[in-house]
Design a protein around this ligand. Structure first.
Ligand SMILES: Cc1cc2nc3c(=O)[nH]c(=O)nc-3n(C[C@H](O)[C@H](O)[C@H](O)COP(=O)(O)OP(=O)(O)OC[C@H]3O[C@@H](n4cnc5c(N)ncnc54)[C@H](O)[C@@H]3O)c2cc1C
Length: 427
């Protein structure tokens, strides 16, 4: 650990305090005594893993089962560095052993159905698990049908999204490596809201950084369906101009309509590229939809922000990217971790028949690399507003970096180490 790295306890302390979940109410609970209830958590990503961990940490004698389809946790944050060749998949992969040691029952499997009335979930193999309270943290799934030809192109593996870290990240890196010098890497950004507002622009910088050195005649084309850069705008504009002029071209209002082979059709032009990296439009994960919880814009799950309980089904809490966000609340790993703490504290109180914290506060910090060694950040603090029953940003809190710098690149890697340790109970 280097001098710039923030101590884990210090970070965890700040995060927990700012999450302002009812820690005081939970203090002194012990793991002894009869279980106060059975909680099933589906999805072991940023939101689900953190909920499982904190239900045990704060609740002790809650019976917690975490069901996740994958054997390991693979992080989207930092995965753009894998695309640039600056990190390996092993750097963004962690195990679930810490949660197991913390007393969470781990089930590797696919949840195929939720029976809200009978309070049980069904696994793809047919097994059923009953719950008193259910937490769904399924992340996002894609609306590929909105772009002609995209579904088959993704299924064939010819076109990649790389927007769920794992095999897609590895395959996209291979495509970038196989690109000829003088080739074109075209990235398509969907209309907001999508997972990680600054993520596409970070990717553009990191891929451009790699190509500028390894294949200097190549080009990165950033085709954004939005009218402008969605996060850290001035910082990314500066990076595009100062670092990648001649390598990277950014176009706003460039919505992908159809894919046909290597041809991408936009409203007013067609273009060919050697690598087509299409980030599809997104909605709440499939399980939220099949469980009947998607009740906003036919895309997202509405929640009661004091408990993260779905507004469509009692006893089912939904957290992370699957939720319809509060104003200015990003879909981020950090925010999913914060939702998880609100949900965990509320569930413990509800199982005990006690009042939940009426004034939660959550926060977000999101770092983006603009090169292999320099990063920028955006931060925000969100306070629950009892009148409008939603989180609102706290005036004067948060902000963005003044300029890209090397210290924040180190902070970014420390942020990742710390949030993985926090979410997965790593030593
Ligand atoms: C390239 C990129 C960079 C990013 N960088 C950052 C960053 O720097 N900082 C940041 O804060 N955020 C970042 N994000 C955003 C962050 O990854 C997401 O916001 C975060 O993962 C959301 O957490 P979640 O728990 O909602 O979903 P996820 O982390 O996606 O977890 C969902 C989990 O549910 C599992 N699952 C789904 N359905 C089922 C089922 N039926 N049965 C069993 N398991 C199931 C999935 O396998 C998955 O593990 C980035 C995203 C991308 C794509």
């Amino acid at each position: 650990m280097n001098a710039y790295r923030i101590g884990r306890r210090q970070w965890l302390g700040a995060g927990a305090a700012l999450a302002a979940t009812s820690l005081a109410g939970c203090a002194g609970m012990s793991a002894s005594g009869p279980s106060i209830g059975r909680v099933v958590v589906v999805g072991g990503g940023y939101g689900g893993a953190t909920t499982a961990r904190y239900l045990k940490l704060w609740g002790g004698n809650v019976d917690v089962t975490l069901i996740e389809r994958n054997a390991d946790f693979v992080s989207c944050p930092i995965s753009n560095l894998v695309l640039g060749g600056y990190k390996q998949m092993s750097d963004v992969t962690r195990g679930y052993g810490g949660l197991k040691a913390a007393g969470v029952k781990l089930v590797q499997g696919e949840v195929s159905a939720v029976d809200v009335a009978a309070k049980k979930v069904r696994l793809a193999g047919g097994a059923e698990i009953a719950y008193d309270r259910l937490v769904l943290a399924p992340g996002i799934d894609f609306m590929s049908e909105q772009i002609g030809g995209l579904g088959p192109a993704l299924d064939s593996g010819r076109v990649l999204h790389g927007w769920k870290a794992g095999p897609q990240t590895v395959a996209l890196r291979r495509q970038i490596e196989a690109m000829p010098d003088g080739g074109v890497f075209a990235m398509f950004i969907p209309k907001a809201p999508y997972r990680c507002p600054p993520g596409p622009y970070e990717r553009a910088c990191v891929v451009a950084s790699y190509l500028k050195t390894a294949k200097p005649k190549s080009k990165v084309l950033v085709l954004d369906a939005n009218p402008e850069i969605q996060s850290k705008k001035a910082l990314f504009e500066k990076a595009f101009k100062d670092r990648y002029a001649g390598t990277l071209e950014y176009r706003a209002n460039a919505e992908l309509k159809e894919l046909s082979g290597n041809l991408a059709k936009l409203e007013f032009e067609d273009l060919r590229a050697d690598v087509l990296n299409v980030i599809p439009p997104q909605r709440a994960g499939d399980l939220a939809r099949s469980a009947g919880l998607v009740n906003i814009n036919n895309r997202w799950v509405g929640v009661n922000w004091l408990t993260m309980e779905s507004t469509a089904a009692a006893g089912v809490h939904v957290i992370g990217d699957a939720t319809f966000p509060a104003p200015a609340m990003p879909k981020s790993g950090h925010m999913a971790n914060q939702h998880a703490k609100v949900a965990a504290a509320a569930i413990i109180q509800l199982l005990k028949g006690e009042a939940v914290n009426p004034t939660p506060v959550v926060m977000n910090t999101c770092y983006s690399f603009v090169s292999a060694r320099e990063a920028v950040h955006v931060a925000s603090v969100h306070q629950y507003d009892a009148v409008d029953k939603t989180f609102k940003t706290v005036p004067g809190s948060g902000g963005v970096s003044a300029a890209a710098n090397q210290i924040e690149a180190r902070y970014a890697l420390s942020w990742a180490d710390n949030i993985w340790a926090d979410s997965l109970a790593l030593a």
